[in-house]
Design a protein around this ligand. Structure first.
Ligand code: FMN
Length: 317
């Protein structure tokens, strides 16, 4: 029997979707705008250089929280995130409405967040991840499908939602490929409790990425999105800019060889991650020709740079 609880009831909000966490893109202004509209938003803890900055951001969000709004923090729970325990501690001490875990086991987050009465939603791409998260006590699943921006899954929205709805007892929040109200209605009709929407908000007035990145979301379309392994090793969706075309999207033979070495593997992975995120960071904020812009195919519906409130209206009109 599918879990009948909707995202609105889980978070006490009016809208059936939240603004997804996006590395370097999400910020407090975007989430505050979502809360004013009776919605929710989530920010990656990694968007802050230190936990003190994260703490200040949470305090600002608490100050602007509306009766029908909610906010969350996304924590990457794999070894690449060296500040994971401090980030979790600040979230629990300050109090946030929800935490989204990605790229690793949510065990510790669930245990500690539960004590602090914080809900935990876990990113999953397959049923086996979902069953593990359910066993550990997750409150909901974020079903990341093959249309998502960032580290996407490999199942289409319908297959993934239906499988998770039918084989788990948790509410399923669909992430990926929602650019219009019709897309949103469709995932809800498959049984999703709500949705997590990212790419359409990159070109928002409130996002602090470069104008060039926002304009790229306006002018490029779904057919311009490619998967690259150059950022973290895990395939990630980017806009196929001239720079991405020049450097290619596959690992070089030397990277592949080094990767097979059992002693060096860990360090090569870390080095590539640091170099890859550096490229993403400089192209998100500065003027450069080395543009590695993360985005998903739903940018096809981005026609102009607009305030968050207007983009939200697009999904509820
Ligand atoms: C620019 C960008 C950055 C992202 N960064 C993160 C991140 O830091 N953590 C995370 O869990 N997901 C991240 N994601 C994935 C989103 O949270 C969400 O799953 C995805 O945006 C949904 O697909 P959509 O872009 O088609 O709406 C990112 C996505 C984008 C587009």
């Amino acid at each position: 029997m599918p879990n009948p609880i909707k995202l609105q009831e889980i978070l006490g909000i009016d809208l059936p979707f939240l603004i997804a966490p996006m590395f370097l893109v999400s910020n407090t202004d975007m989430v505050i705008e979502a809360m004013k509209k009776g919605g929710a938003g989530c920010i990656p803890a990694l968007n802050y250089r230190c936990v003190l900055e994260l703490k200040k951001a949470i305090q600002e969000l608490k100050k602007h929280k509306t009766p029908n709004g909610a906010f969350g923090i996304n924590i990457i729970v794999n070894p690449s995130n060296l500040r994971y325990r401090e980030q979790l501690k600040v979230c629990c001490e300050e109090g946030v409405d929800f935490i989204i875990t990605s790229l690793g086991s949510p065990r510790e987050v669930i245990v500690k967040a539960r004590r602090a009465k914080i809900k935990v939603f876990c990113d999953v791409v397959h049923l086996d991840h979902a069953l593990k998260a359910e066993k550990l006590g997750a409150d909901a699943l974020i079903a990341v499908n093959n249309k998502a921006g960032g580290h996407r899954g490999d199942l289409d929205p319908k297959t993934l939602i239906e499988e998770l709805v039918n084989r788990t007892n948790l509410p399923v929040i669909s992430a990926g490929g929602i650019g219009t109200k019709e897309d949103l209605d469709l995932v809800l009709s498959y049984g999703a409790a709500g949705a997590s929407i990212g790419s359409p908000f990159i070109a928002s007035v409130e996002s602090k990425v470069s104008e060039a990145y926002k304009q790229a979301c306006v002018s490029y379309g779904a057919e311009d999105i490619v998967m690259t392994k150059k950022i973290s090793g895990t395939p990630c969706t980017v806009i196929n800019t001239p720079y991405v075309q020049k450097v290619g999207v596959e690992e070089s033979w030397i990277e592949k060889k080094l990767h097979q070495n059992k002693y060096l593997k860990k360090w090569i992975k870390l080095l590539r991650y640091l170099k890859g995120t550096q490229d993403v960071k400089s192209s998100a904020k500065k003027v450069t020709y080395k543009n590695v812009w993360v985005a998903g195919p739903s940018i096809a519906h981005t026609q102009r740079i607009e305030p968050v409130a207007k983009i939200i209206d697009r999904f509820i009109a």
